[in-house]
Structure formats: C-alpha cells, structure tokens
Design a protein around this ligand. Structure first.
Ligand SMILES: [Zn+2]
Ligand SMILES: [Zn+2]
Length: 463
C-alpha cells in the first residue's frame, strides 16, 4: 500500500469490504516515540517528568536537540513563564511545539495519558494519519447509513429479536389497562388483534455515545474503518455497544437497540432503553408495582402521600436490582403498601429523562393556558401524542389510568386527583433548566394542574 490512500480506489471497494484495515496498516507505519534524554542534572525537575525534561531551554535549542529522525521528543520549561511546560517533537522533519499540561494525567488536548511517552505515541499516530490519509478520513463518514454494513446487521438483529420474542409468545399488547401488560400467544391471534401489537423495537432511541478506550483493534460500526490512536480511539454507545469515530457518530440515526448485556440496572436507566431491551411496552417494574398496589386495595389512607420506611424501600430496590426476574416474590415479602408506592416513586424519580420529558414540558404548560377546559383537554391530548416518545406515552397512559382509579377511592384514601397531583408532581415532571422565564416561576402550581387534568379526564386525553 502506498503511504497515500487512493480515494478513488477506496470508493470502488467501499461496499465490498466489511472490515477496512487500511488505516490500521497506516497506523503501523507511524513514527514511534523516541525520548531525547537530558544529560545534565536539572535541580527543579517536576516529579511527573522523567529525563525527557530539559529545564529552561529555548525553541532553537530544542530544535537542535531534536534534529534527526521523526518521533524524537523532549519536555522543556518556558524561559519566560515559570511552571509552563512545552512538549517539542519531531514530525515530518519539522519540530512541533505543544503546551503540555498535567493534572494527574498528561495532556495537550482532550485525551489524557498516564505517561508523556503514550501521549507522544498517540499524537504521532494522529498526525501521521491526518497527513497521509487526510482526504480519505474526510470522506469516510460520507457513506449513507443504508449502505453501511451495520444497517444490514441491525435489520437482521431486529428481526431476530422480534422472532425470539414471537417464538416465546412474548410480544406485548395493551388491551386492558387493569391487567397491565398482557403477554399474548402470538400463534393464537388473528390479524385484527395483531394490529394492536406494539413493536417496541421500532421506537426511536438516541445512542448514548461516550469516549472509549479500546483494547485490541477497534473498527467503526458506521463506516467500517479502523479507529486509530493509542486510546480514546472512538465513541461507544453505552446501551447497545455501537462503536464509531466521533465524526461518524454524528451521522448515526436514532435507532439504538439496547441489549440486556449492556444494561445492568433497572433504576436510573433511560425508559426507552429498558423497554427496547426487554421488549415490553413499558418498564415491567411499573406494571408490577401498580398491580401489587391494586391487589392490596386502594383504600389505604394517604396512598402515595405517606412514605414507607426508606430502609425498606431501599431493600426492595436492592433485591430487584439483584434479581429482577423474582420481582413478584420480592414484593410478597413486603407488608406495607407505602413501601411499594415508595419503590414506584423512586423508580420514576430515578429516570434520567422524566416521564413527562424535558422536551415536552413547555408544551404541557402552554396547553394549560388555553380556555375553556375543553380546549385545555384537547391541547393536552395533542401534546402527549405529539411530543412524548412512545415508551413515555405508554407508561404515562398506564400510570394515569391507575391514578384515576386511586382517586375514585378518595372518600377512603383521602387522595383526590388534586392531592395525588400535588404529591406526584415532582416525580413525574421536572422543571427543565431553560433559562429565566416563564417556566421556573410559579411552575409548580401549573404542573399540579396539568396532572390533575390528566387524571380527571384520562379517558378523553388518552384515546
Ligand atoms: Zn446505542
Ligand atoms: Zn467511522
């Protein structure tokens, strides 16, 4: 392979090559770091530098010391500014200078390294690839998503997942709110019923990309190319494991299909991630809590207002995290219904995006401004169907129907729709941080009114 990757050749073979090693081959050719050791004793050498530290020497002196092969490097202190350090290194027969920082790790940009040697090794790889494959790197993420190997794999993965749940008779269907999620035997249903089946795999979900240090040889799931560098070579989706160059990650559509092997908790996980990983229309914990609360009767005074013992709530949370398959047995060990409502409230509060999402929040408050009441109701109906993601919609619908039933026992439990709304408002809606006005001022009252209307007019709004 020539040192300059030929763009036309790459274009021609783009779709035929699943794994593209070209950039890896190029990375192997990048110059290696060679420390230029200081021969004299420097009394005030910072402890985090080794003998590559040359003290206060000028640019010109550094240039002289580094002349020779690419990859030679040294660290020096600024002649004019004390405790300001520069990394000087040789690349393509020129000396380059970078301001060098240390905060427990060494860095010149975003990436942090344990040693200056690693930092230089990574820098040389980046510079070498950006010099010799500049055009190719710029064009890499131009491929349409439908043409990427990942798209095909993703499609077959979705089908397989659907088939798996289908074979298990475990596609979910909501037809009776009282029964919660009803697992139906897919073999016994006719087409008409099948239309009601909600395919949660089609729910849109953003990937959760985080910078990742890869071991071995990492490849981008979007463009198929090698992800170069010594560490932080690319981004990994925390929910599904999708790997991508930073630039490619911006092109990936919101089709994250979380996998249980990447989701290790129930509490604190994005709601859509949980339903897609479990293939249920709602997080099962909502269904189990609601059923448990209803089975115990809705007459208990202060339902949802009275707190259960926080140690007991925490104990159930821990038991559920340990073995979520045994959720129903876990609840059987609990006598106090306030502990169960506590677990449900804790689950909802722990959602990184609240049930009524930050994006939808201002639209709920805007609908409330309409008059008369009928206008408010139809406004809220529009808002929930337009702005709530489907998994949030399904969960809210189920939960509000349950709260309506709680409010029907207000003469005994003293929890009217207004009281329930007051208690649950901070759990279901959180004021987004969107500047000064108007949402952060007096928003609590309005949030309570929104919930109260949702509960009282549930059947009109969720249709
Ligand atoms: Zn993902
Ligand atoms: Zn890529």
């Amino acid at each position: 392979m020539s040192s300059n990757v030929n763009l036309a050749d790459i274009e021609a073979t783009k779709l035929e090559t699943l794994w593209k090693h070209d950039l890896y081959t190029l990375q192997l050719k990048a110059p290696k770091p060679k420390r230029v050791v200081c021969q004299t004793y420097i009394p005030d050498r910072p402890p985090h530098y080794g003998r590559e530290f040359h003290g206060k020497i000028t640019r010109e002196e550094a240039n002289k010391l580094l002349s020779g092969e690419d990859g030679r490097y040294l660290v020096r202190e600024s002649v004019r500014a004390q405790h300001q350090y520069t990394l000087s290194l040789r690349f393509e027969k020129q000396t380059k200078h970078f301001r060098l920082y240390y905060d427990g790790k060494h860095f010149v940009g975003d990436k942090r390294f344990d040693t200056v040697h690693d930092l230089v090794a990574d820098g040389l790889i980046i510079m070498y690839l950006e010099t010799h494959a500049r055009d190719y790197i710029a064009s890499m993420s131009n491929v349409a998503y439908e043409e990427t190997p990942h798209y095909t794999l993703q499609k077959s993965h979705k089908l397989q997942k659907k088939k798996f749940f289908k074979d298990q008779g475990e596609l979910t269907k909501i037809d009776d709110l009282r029964n919660g999620i009803k697992r139906i035997d897919i073999h016994d249903i006719d087409d008409e019923v099948y239309d009601d089946v909600i395919d949660v795999q089609m729910f849109e979900k953003k990937h959760v990309f985080k910078s990742h240090n890869y071991m071995g040889l990492p490849f981008c799931d979007y463009c198929g190319n090698f992800m170069w560098g010594l560490l932080a070579q690319g981004l990994k989706c925390e929910d599904c494991g999708f790997n991508a160059h930073r630039k490619c990650s911006e092109k990936v559509p919101n089709d994250c299909c979380p996998d249980l092997k990447h989701i290790h908790r129930i509490f604190g996980i994005d709601l859509t991630a949980v339903v897609k990983a479990c293939n249920t229309v709602r997080p099962f914990i909502i269904d189990i809590c609601v059923k448990e609360i209803e089975n115990r009767g809705l007459n208990t005074e202060g339902l949802y207002r009275v707190s259960g013992l926080s140690d007991d709530v925490e104990a159930i949370k821990v038991a559920l995290e340990r073995d979520w398959d045994k959720a129903e047995q876990v609840f059987k060990t609990c006598d106090d219904v306030h502990v169960i409502t506590g677990v449900l409230k804790m689950y909802l509060r722990s959602l990184p995006i609240p049930l009524i999402t930050f994006d939808a929040y201002p639209h709920f408050l805007a609908a409330l401004k309409k008059n008369p009441l009928d206008e408010k109701i139809s406004g809220l109906k529009d808002v929930i169907s337009t702005y709530l993601p489907p998994a949030h919609y399904q969960s809210l619908q189920y939960l509000i129907a349950h709260l309506e039933r709680v409010s029907q026992h207000a003469s005994e439990n003293l929890m009217s729709a207004h009281n329930i709304s007051t208690v649950l408002c901070p759990t279901l809606m959180r004021t987004p941080n969107i500047g000064l006005k108007p949402f952060q001022m007096n928003s609590w009252d309005q949030e309570i009114q929104v919930l109260e209307i949702l509960i009282k007019h549930h059947s009109k709004i969720f249709k």
